[in-house]
Design a protein around this ligand. Structure first.
Ligand code: ZN
Length: 104
């Protein structure tokens, strides 16, 4: 009986600990997230409010970390080194390469 009570208390403490840790993680992420502006026009990339970026949306949304995408050979196109995702900045989609690809 004593063992069961001990187990119940320990298990309860663990659950409360997990709950508060999650709460803290969400809070720190929300705090971080508020420093960024989501840009649908820039292929779902994020910009920091101070104008730096673009930042990978997957890094921020899924991994809760900040990664500055690496600029590619094409101007206005950035790729995330971790997710292998490519972000086309606004305007770049209408470039000569895309126009060529759109031809029937
Ligand atoms: Zn990423």
């Amino acid at each position: 009986m004593a063992e069961t009570a001990k187990w119940a208390v320990e298990n309860g403490l663990r659950l409360v600990g997990d709950y508060f840790r999650k709460l803290y993680e969400n809070w720190t992420f929300e705090k971080l997230r508020r420093e960024f502006i989501y840009s649908k026009e820039d292929d779902g990339a994020y910009w920091r409010k101070d104008g730096t970026g673009p930042y990978c949306g997957t890094c921020l949304d899924v991994d809760h970390r900040v990664t500055l995408p690496v600029g590619g050979a094409t101007r206005g196109v950035y790729s995330c080194p971790l997710h292998d995702t490519t972000h086309w900045m606004r305007g770049t989609r209408e470039g000569p390469t895309t126009m060529y690809l759109r031809r029937p």
